[in-house]
Every structure is written in structure tokens, then in C-alpha cells.
Design a protein around this ligand. Structure first.
Ligand code: CA
Length: 236
């Protein structure tokens, strides 16, 4: 775990390439880097979910045919907690996979074989949509102002409050769903990439830290609420 959650607004668009054909993965990565994108790579669905939990990703380019799990399952897992745009690479035109992928929340698709220009056009269109919709959520926890887009937390006196990347991931899920119960395993998937084999005290420790940093009275949380046996809730 590193403490480098902040990134400048001018940061390059970060694309996560998920593709198990090595030659294609390499060609895509080289082309995107040459055009100014920052690229992360994964050749399995599991590695893709880990990459998503470890780093800030702006767009996912996802092959539907992966060796360990189907791309459709990757989309399902990602959409549990994140709205990161997904462009699907589909093997056949008109395949049922593609329709299912879009139903589950993929944003766009290209059919193999595709030209680099075609993929780049889809990437530009998707990035524009994201910019236009705006991804910013500003929330308040007591007198602390939280800006999820800028990853800044500011106290009443204007002093910045430092949060770790894991704490940001938890807030990112919770604060985007004000008032809603968020099950513990959804939060765990967001921060760990998986909810399996995780000590139940893991989230408790993070919530204790978050309350210490953000709640007016950490021992009597009013905003970051635990619902015993069920999950967590952000009460504005
Ligand atoms: Ca494949």
C-alpha cells in the first residue's frame, strides 16, 4: 500500500488493457503509450481486478475471452463498486457476449479484428463522455469537506486531512451512495479486488481510522455508520 492517492488534474488518461493475447496486448500498449496514454496491463480477469483496486484507472479496455474468467464476469465485478468506463473487445460481431456486456454496464465495444484508429476513436469518445458527465462528488462529513474527484479532504479550519488510498477507495464507494446500505463484501471487493478470505476486522479497522480523521466525535459516529451484520452507510 502506498500513500500516493493524489494525482494532478493534468494527469494523462490511464487505460487498463485486459487481454490475454500477448502480441495484441503489446501492440495496443505500444500504440497507446505513443499517443500519450498511461497504460496498465493485465492478461487475466483476476489481475485486472487487482490492478483496479491498486491504481487509478480512467478507462478499461476489456477482452471478453479471458483464460480465468469471462470478461462479462469482470464487468459484473467492476460495476459492483465503480463506474469506470469499459470498452469491450469482442471476438465476433453480433455475439451474445457483447449484448450481455453492454447490458451489464460496458460503455462501448469494438469487434475483432479492429484497427488501432477505431479503438482510439472509441477511447476519445468515452473519455469525452466521462468529462461531460463529470465524475465529481463533493460530500461533507461534519465540517470536513471531501472532494472525491480531487481526492482532497479539508477540515473546518482549511487544513488538509491526509487519507490513504484504501481510505479513499472506501469513501469513494460510500459517499457516492448517500443514505444507502453498502454491504461489507461490496466494500471489500472495492478495496481488495475480492471479498474472499478476508478477516472481517479488516473493514472495522479502516472505519475506526476514518472516523478518527473525519467524524466530529469519533466514538459516536454520525456520518460513517456501521449497520451490524449488514454493512455500512454514509449519512450526510
Ligand atoms: Ca482472449
Amino acid at each position: 500500500m502506498t500513500d500516493t492517492a493524489q494525482r494532478p488534474a493534468s494527469a494523462r488518461t490511464r487505460v487498463l488493457l485486459v487481454e490475454d493475447e500477448r502480441a495484441l496486448l503489446r501492440a495496443l500498449a505500444m500504440n497507446l503509450v505513443a499517443r500519450g496514454y498511461a497504460v496498465a496491463e493485465a492478461d487475466t480477469g483476476a489481475k485486472a481486478l487487482v490492478a483496479l483496486s491498486d491504481q487509478t484507472i480512467d478507462v478499461i479496455v476489456l477482452d471478453l475471452g479471458l483464460p480465468d474468467m469471462s470478461g462479462v464476469d469482470v464487468i459484473r465485478a467492476v460495476r459492483e463498486y465503480a463506474s469506470t468506463p469499459i470498452i469491450v473487445l469482442s471476438a465476433r460481431s453480433g455475439s451474445a457476449d457483447k449484448v450481455e456486456a453492454l447490458d451489464l454496464g460496458a460503455d462501448d465495444y469494438v469487434t475483432k479484428p479492429f484497427s488501432m484508429d477505431e479503438l482510439l476513436a472509441r477511447l476519445r469518445a468515452t473519455s469525452r463522455r466521462v468529462d461531460a458527465v463529470g465524475d465529481e462528488v463533493v460530500a461533507e462529513i461534519g465540517s470536513v469537506r471531501i472532494d472525491l474527484a480531487m481526492t482532497t479532504a479539508t477540515g473546518a479550519d482549511g487544513r488538509p486531512i491526509h487519507l490513504t488510498p484504501t481510505e479513499w477507495k472506501i469513501l469513494d464507494v460510500l459517499l457516492r451512495r448517500p443514505g444507502k446500505l453498502v454491504p461489507g463484501d461490496v466494500l471489500l471487493t472495492a478495496v481488495r479486488g475480492s471479498s474472499d478470505h478476508t478477516d472481517p476486522s479488516y473493514l472495522r479497522i479502516y472505519f475506526a481510522q476514518l472516523r478518527r480523521k473525519l467524524e466530529p466525535e469519533p466514538s459516536r459516529p454520525r456520518h460513517l455508520i456501521t449497520e451490524p451484520g449488514m454493512g455500512y452507510r454514509y449519512r450526510p
